[in-house]
Design a protein around this ligand. Structure first.
Ligand SMILES: [Zn+2]
Length: 343
């Protein structure tokens, strides 16, 4: 399979996030991508560089004010007295009626939903490169490639049009889907990351041209907590074009694959002509975040089912952390996909 990868991801190396009041090393480390790359290379896949697009692809799904914030925040932050090395908000507008502030601390709270998305000096460069990786793969598929994989980092599916969160800044999956819309009237997104794809859902929530489907650990008990419930079905014109399939924490292969069947049935009904898979590998039984218990065979089987849809497909890397099986699970997924395509 053709894989697009940019080493610029390594410029984003988030140091901390706060879990239960304790400052921990972020799980979203550059080694994730190098491990995935190593495993894919060893399995014989072809690695290609991205094209340069600048911020144009990101601007198709994010607001100008948010892009300006991401691009300038670290530089401005460093000028503040006593500033730490990363932009981390300490104040949030929450759900109250609010106005957009001028002060950087306020803008940080507006645009960063949690402490899991600290902005370092080169976060913008890495996140922008990830959107270029996704856009490059989308363009390959638009040009006739049957399927290809965007090895993106940082991930993107928790990023809304104007809000970062959960290790994500720019929504690579949404960028790919929007780009496919240039030629395809209906595009479906299937998110198999262990976390609900809340940012992707948010971006397309009121649209009927992009179907969003997510299979994830039950948000009543798991990040992102506030989104991902079965009753969230879309709004306005988009009502009925969002499907959430939450699973009890710790669910193994069988219920995960059954949810996959439901997801694929809905996608089939929607009759899209292209598909984006938000490929989180953190549903793994050996993932340190421990939401679900999917095995390598489970990833292989899910990929095979997805591939049998026969749609031109962009695979976009989302989560998946430094557990023992990270690289192996990617290789299993890619092999399952190629098997399903009869390659
Ligand atoms: Zn995840």
């Amino acid at each position: 399979m053709k894989i697009v990868y940019s080493e610029k991801h390594a410029q984003h190396d988030p140091q901390h996030f706060v879990v239960r009041g304790t400052k921990l090393r972020s799980a979203e480390q550059p080694e994730r991508a190098t491990r995935l790359l190593g495993a894919a290379t060893e399995a014989g896949h072809t690695i290609l560089p991205p094209k340069s697009y600048g911020p144009a692809p990101a601007a198709t799904v994010h607001t100008p004010e948010y892009l300006d914030f991401l691009q300038t925040a670290a530089r401005e932050w460093a000028k503040l007295p006593g500033a730490g090395p990363e932009v981390v908000p300490n104040v949030h507008p929450a759900r109250a009626h609010a106005s957009y502030p001028k002060a950087l601390a306020g803008r940080a709270g507006w645009h960063q939903v949690d402490t899991g998305c600290p902005i370092g000096p080169h976060t913008w460069d890495a996140a922008l490169a990830a959107t270029e990786v996704a856009a490059t793969v989308a363009d390959m598929v638009l040009a006739g490639e049957n399927h290809a994989y965007a090895l993106c980092r940082p991930p993107g599916h928790h990023a809304y049009a104007d809000m970062a969160g959960g290790f994500c800044f720019l929504n690579n999956t949404a960028v790919a889907a929007q780009r496919l819309r240039g030629k395809h009237e209906r595009v479906a997104i299937l998110d198999v990351d262990v976390h609900h794809g809340n940012g992707t859902q948010g971006i397309f929530y009121e649209r009927d041209d992009v179907l969003t489907v997510s299979i994830h650990a039950d948000p009543d008990h798991y990040y992102p907590f506030f989104w991902g419930h079965a009753h969230e079905r879309g709004a306005g014109k988009g009502e009925g074009f969002n499907l959430n399939l939450p699973l009890p924490l710790g669910s193994p292969d069988a219920p995960w694959l059954e949810a996959g069947d439901k997801a694929l049935a809905r996608i089939h009904d929607f009759q899209p002509t292209a598909l984006v898979v938000a490929l989180g590998l953190d549903a793994s039984e050996s993932d340190p975040l421990q939401g679900l218990k999917v095995t390598g065979a489970g990833f292989h089987a899910m990929a095979e089912k997805i591939a049998r849809l026969g749609l031109p497909t962009v695979l976009v890397q989302e989560g998946g952390y430094l557990g023992d099986d990270l690289g192996r699970n990617l290789v299993q997924f890619l092999a399952g996909f190629e098997k399903g395509r009869g390659a």
